[in-house]
Ligand binder design. Structure first.
Ligand SMILES: [Zn+2]
Ligand SMILES: [Zn+2]
Length: 413
């Protein structure tokens, strides 16, 4: 008798992030993501889900380079193999290096749209729209069943056409759609990056002094948006060394602003200089792209300056102060403003009398887009993940297959 195909959501059935989902058939197993729970304390270890068997071999597929999808890789047995997109591999390496960690797993990269096999599993990665660069959905076929894993996605970013195309010609006969629901029952803004670009341009045009912006270096869409707004408003975008490394690593994967483009400068701060790649940083100094933090105080040209708590401390140590001519903008989820780092940034600028703004759009699909996407895929069952409101928000979705963390479901007997 053939072995059954089973599905186990080890983590993310009842929370946003920390995804770890297993598909097993006989001796073969694949794991969809190896995410760190967003609620885990910064230096906590021993976070692998208790239901995950670490004694048997497995291959880990990383959908995209966000910590809540790959942050437990370093705890996974080193003999397990990893597969992901090539930009994802590079972004994970840069981020781990700069945070003083490493991962040594043998990693093979995939190409969007090209099917590969792992034992009895046929896997097709499909590039999608999300606030992380190189985000994928995964179509998985095994034992005559077809599953679609959404990873994280949205329909209002710079790659939204990929999701629209998929909805027009959906992959047929999906048995189970494993779909995220981050924004269910929320009113997070879901305007487009193009709309944000116009709002940033207006902010840059009406501000007399400098504009300090707090955004995630990993949110490449946002870096592009800010750079385009800078070009329109005649300002120079100042990024940190970490963002510069990311943009340089991704340069060959699209027309993305690179450290050597016009109106881009890289600020050398003490904190990041210690950990960044030396040859890369030296190259920036030689090419004249690098500036010291002191220059942020007395620059002749109008600037848009990357900001967060640790950067501000390094800037302040070099004599940088804000004033009432400056503006500051939080370009991340505003919930982070209640956390220590966000509160520190807000106070630093508010004390100086700088004008505040919040210009942001969610990295995840809106509730109506989630329903429209699930309706277009029309799976036999939708298995909810990556959300906290799935138990209140089921109307309008396909039939729900509600699994608990660690519960094993037989997909094919
Ligand atoms: Zn996520
Ligand atoms: Zn994500």
């Amino acid at each position: 008798m053939a072995p059954p195909l089973t599905l186990t959501i080890h983590r993310a059935a009842h929370e946003i992030g920390g995804n770890c989902i297993e598909l097993a058939l006989g001796a073969e197993r694949i794991l969809l993501d190896m995410g760190r729970p967003l609620t885990a304390p910064k230096d906590a270890r021993g976070l692998l889900p208790a239901s995950l068997d670490t004694q048997r071999p497995a291959t880990i597929l990383i959908s995209h380079p966000h910590q809540d999808h790959y942050g437990l890789l370093e705890e996974a047995p080193p003999t397990w193999l990893v597969r992901c997109g090539e930009p994802t591999r590079r972004l994970m390496q840069i981020t781990m290096a700069i945070t003083g960690r490493a991962f040594s797993h043998t990693t093979t990269s995939w190409r969007s749209g090209e099917t590969f096999s792992i034992g009895p599993f046929q896997i097709t990665p499909l590039l999608t729209d999300h606030s992380a660069f190189d985000a994928h959905m995964l179509l998985i076929e095994a034992a005559g069943k077809r599953l679609l894993y959404s990873g994280d996605f949205r329909m209002h970013g710079r790659k939204r056409v990929l999701v629209e195309r998929m909805m027009r010609t959906p992959p047929p006969d999906i048995d189970i759609l494993l779909m995220e629901g981050t924004n269910l029952d929320s009113d997070k803004p879901c305007v487009t990056e193009d709309d944000l670009e116009e709002r940033f341009r207006d902010l840059f045009a009406r501000t007399k002094g400098r504009v300090f912006v707090a955004w995630s270096a990993q949110n490449v869409d946002r870096t592009v948006t800010l750079y385009r707004a800078c070009l329109k408003a005649g300002r120079t975008l100042v990024v940190d060394l970490y963002t510069a490394e990311i943009m340089a690593a991704l340069a060959e994967f699209g027309r993305l602003p690179a450290p050597d483009w016009r109106q881009v400068k890289v600020v050398m701060t003490r904190g990041l200089r210690r950990r960044a790649d030396n040859a890369f940083a030296d190259g920036l100094v030689r090419s004249g792209q690098a500036i010291g933090a002191t220059a942020l105080q007395h620059a002749a040209e109008p600037l848009v300056i990357m900001t967060r708590g640790s950067l501000l401390r390094d800037y302040a140590a070099k004599g940088v102060t804000a004033n009432a001519d400056d503006a500051w903008c939080w370009s991340q989820w505003n919930g982070y403003l209640r956390e220590p780092d966000g509160a520190f940034v807000a106070q630093w600028f508010n004390d100086a009398g700088a004008a505040a703004d919040h210009i942001h759009t969610s990295g995840h699909a809106s509730p109506s887009d989630l329903r429209a996407f699930a309706g277009a895929i029309a799976p036999k069952y939708l298995a909810p993940i990556h959300g906290v409101k799935w138990d209140d928000e089921q109307p309008g979705f396909p039939p729900i297959l509600r699994l608990r963390d660690g519960e094993t479901h037989t997909v094919a007997p």
